[in-house]
Design a protein around this ligand. Structure first.
Ligand code: RIB
Ligand code: CA
Length: 321
């Protein structure tokens, strides 16, 4: 079993990432670290705790991370984030308030301690802004050397989704993402290049609703909200992008994607701020620290997602009639 920490801005597709991880026998989820992004950090960690409880995993600890970008002193949810994920981050679906609360240790310290303890046996999957990871690198210079990281973020061969240049997670804190990319850390980037090829429709969410369980109902309601938002923002796709769960799926099985070995950077100045692109200064460096996914086995991933998450949702209490 591979130990995994999920760094989430929960978020509907973050919810699917979390449930994919909980449903994967290959993974031991040792913690969730919260970040801001789709929602305020307090909303995101509330969702993490509530979702973990709903799916019977209240033993997984949740840690609070940095509440705003590394170059800012506050954070407000963007209108587009609230439109796509709902004000509560989970498509206005209502699930019971969690009984547990966040840990006292900070997310950054938990990330550092875990990497020092488990080394290569641990993978960190980050599906929000890269602020917590950059803070860990700044605090512990050996973090970048030791950590194995998969991120959902960026776009190499396609345009961004918040501007022609920038993808949402990178856009929240380009400086943090640049610090991560240029740190030499072992990072696999699961960007829009592949996540917008993996789509879910109401045909699949109907299967979750048919289970007649509280977990199935919750996932169907939240994901239908997300699918509806995509009908407005990206009608040409015909479904919602499975960004964050694809990153977890790749942590389980890297053969789901084909990757380009490359050294990357993030533009931090000018109109292209937030663009993820090859680092020209390291073009001739034979050592490539990053892998960028450019191809994905869509059918196999969708099969794994439905098989795993449906099994997890089936195992929650029956809905009250
Ligand atoms: O661009 C998609 C990403 O932005 C996903 O991680 C989504 O949850 C939002 O954070
Ligand atoms: Ca996310």
């Amino acid at each position: 079993m591979t130990k995994i920490i999920l760094d989430l801005d929960t978020g509907i597709d973050d919810t699917l990432a979390l449930t994919y991880a909980l449903a994967s026998p290959e993974l031991d989820v040792i913690g969730v670290t919260g970040t801001y992004g789709n929602v305020l950090i307090e909303t995101g960690t509330r969702n993490d705790l509530a979702i973990l409880e709903l799916f019977g995993h209240s033993d997984v600890p949740v840690f609070t991370g940095e509440p705003h970008a590394s170059t800012k002193d506050s954070f407000e949810v963007l209108d587009i984030s609230a439109f796509i994920h709902g004000k509560n981050g989970i498509g206005e679906a209502e699930i019971p308030d969690p009984k547990g609360s966040v840990q006292e240790q900070s997310a950054v310290d938990f990330l550092i301690d875990s990497v020092n303890t488990y080394g290569d046996d641990l993978v960190i999957v980050a599906t929000g802004p890269m602020t917590n990871l950059a803070a860990a690198i700044a605090k512990d210079p050996s973090f970048a050397e030791k950590a194995r990281i998969v991120i959902m973020g960026g776009a190499l061969t396609v345009p961004g989704n918040v501007s022609p240049w920038a993808e949402a997670n990178i856009n929240q804190d380009p400086d943090a993402a640049n610090a991560l990319f240029r740190s030499g850390a072992n990072v696999t980037m699961i960007g829009l290049d592949v996540t917008l090829q993996t789509l879910l429709t109401v045909k699949e969410t109907a299967k979750w609703r048919e289970l007649g369980t509280v977990g199935g109902d919750f996932l169907a309601e939240a994901t239908d909200y997300y699918i509806k938002a995509y009908e407005t923002t990206a009608p040409h796709l015909g479904g919602c992008g499975l960004h964050d769960p694809l990153a977890v799926a790749v942590a389980v099985d890297p053969s789901l994607v084909t990757c380009l070995d490359i050294n990357m950077k993030v533009d931090c100045e000018g109109e292209t701020r937030g663009r993820t692109i090859g680092d020209e200064e390291k073009l001739n460096d034979p050592k490539k620290s990053m892998k960028v996914a450019v191809g994905v086995d869509v059918e196999r991933f969708l099969h794994e997602l439905m098989e795993r998450i449906t099994r997890l949702a089936a195992d929650t209490p029956a809905r009250e009639s």
